[in-house]
Write a protein that binds this ligand. Structure first.
Ligand code: AMP
Ligand code: MG
Length: 405
């Protein structure tokens, strides 16, 4: 059952080590806060003042001295949100009408929600007991002035953006999105908005890869399509101003599979060629030292299989790591474990990434339609990982899953 030449291929772990040990130089840029959604923070953000900045009412009601509450109090003033706490300190038996977000008057140590009270003239009657600290937030309990509130390296999401806004970080330092070219090659491939004739097929890889690149934080430069012609491929692979290019097609051993040769002729080191991964054996990682020059091609080129599922798997498992590292983000993907609902046969000699649908801790393998079957991939939400030469697995086995980005 051994595949031809399998012993000459490197394993996935080895390929990951090559990728992770390849030096990268992430760029930092300062941008306006609203545009920072999803970006990786490059410099820590700290609190410009205490949060809350003052002892604050958390509900509409009356600011009181808790020891007095539990009977009738005299209303001596009113403080709205944004208002001033500069009223005179509360004296025994006093209370002040207060709104959510307003500063507590001196001497008050609790807020009685309006629902627990009734008002007649300036007499406030309180039902039940009120404990010290009720419905208030003390100054600096969320953050103290100067505290680091967001560390460098995190992906900015809704809560992080809110914190930046609160502390007045109107401009934030983030890592630049890698600029990634996407190129398809192959004489049989035509644009997706045209009608194929004979054995032609539409280019589906460019949109698939562009979507993945964006999910990993990259910005896409559409490099279009070229035929299986070394000079045309070389020209597009020399596009300036890019960090990386993803190119599909022509990566195998066929007579018209020129791409690896072209990379070598352009001065790239082929750090990975052919991989013990299923699907995706034809995988090339080409690199050259130093960041991209102004008039030269990118520092990194990924040669991906032409088959869509193979291109998908290689990008999710391998290309993603470098794209994330180019933004100084962690390259680690989202792992999961789940229980098999059906038996699986023994695996072959390549590490196998099988599209599956995982739900509520169980995993349903989808009938493996092969590396071209992107239709089945649309029903999957994860890749089930099988080790090389792994024995058959009975239903009920706990397996490892790689979640889609
Ligand atoms: P290759 O990597 O050139 O050996 O191609 C492997 C398979 O992927 C062939 O069936 C190709 O027709 C197909 N293929 C190559 N490029 C693309 C593309 N851009 N979109 C969809 N399928 C492709
Ligand atoms: Mg081809």
């Amino acid at each position: 059952m051994s595949e031809v030449g399998i012993d000459n291929l490197i394993g996935v772990a080895e390929a990951i080590a090559v990728l992770d040990n390849t030096p990268v130089t992430p760029r930092i840029e300062r941008i306006a806060l609203p545009g920072a959604d999803g970006r990786v923070l490059a410099k820590a953000v700290s609190a410009d003042r205490d949060y809350p900045p003052f002892d604050k009412a958390l509900m509409d009601g009356y600011a009181v001295r808790a020891e007095d509450a539990g009977g009738s109090l005299r209303k001596v003033g009113e403080i709205a949100a944004g208002g001033s706490a500069g009223v005179r300190p509360l004296r025994a038996g006093d209370c002040v009408s207060i709104m959510t977000g307003a500063p507590l008057p001196p001497g008050a140590d609790a807020v009685v929600p309006i629902e627990w009270t009734s008002l007649a003239g300036d007499v406030v009657t309180i039902r039940g007991n009120v404990r010290t600290g009720n419905a208030i937030a003390k100054r600096a309990t969320e953050a103290k002035a100067g505290d680091g509130v967001l560390p460098a390296g995190i992906h900015l999401g809704p809560a992080h953006l809110s914190v930046c806004a609160q502390v007045g970080a109107a401009l934030v330092d983030v890592f630049a999105r890698p600029r990634v070219g996407v190129l398809s090659t192959g004489d049989e491939v035509v644009a997706f908005d045209t009608t194929p004739v004979g054995s032609q097929i539409r280019n589906s890889n460019s949109v698939l890869l562009s979507s993945l690149v964006r999910r990993y934080g990259g910005q896409v430069d559409h490099l279009g399509h070229v035929r299986d012609d070394p000079a045309s491929i070389a020209e597009v692979l020399s596009t300036p101003g890019l960090d990386a290019i993803l190119v599909t097609g022509g990566m195998s051993m066929g007579e018209y599979d020129f791409t690896p040769r072209v990379m070598r002729e352009l001065g790239y080191e082929l750090a990975i060629t052919k991989l013990k991964i299923k699907p995706g054996k034809p995988f090339v990682f080409a690199r050259r030292s130093g960041p991209a020059g102004k008039d030269a091609g990118p520092q990194f080129i990924f040669g991906l299989p032409g088959n869509p599922v193979s291109a998908f798997v290689c990008t999710v498992r391998l290309v993603s790591r470098l794209l994330l590292r180019l933004q100084a983000a962690s390259p680690e993907p989202k792992w999961d474990t789940a229980t098999l609902t059906t038996d699986l046969p023994a695996n072959g000699p390549r590490e196998f990434y099988q599209p599956v649908f995982a739900e509520a801790g169980t995993v349903n393998p989808l009938a493996w339609g092969g590396s071209a079957d992107v239709f089945t991939l649309t029903r999957a939400n994860a890749l089930l990982i099988r080790a090389a030469d792994e024995a058959a697995l009975p239903a009920g086995t706990s397996v490892q899953l790689l979640r889609f980005p």
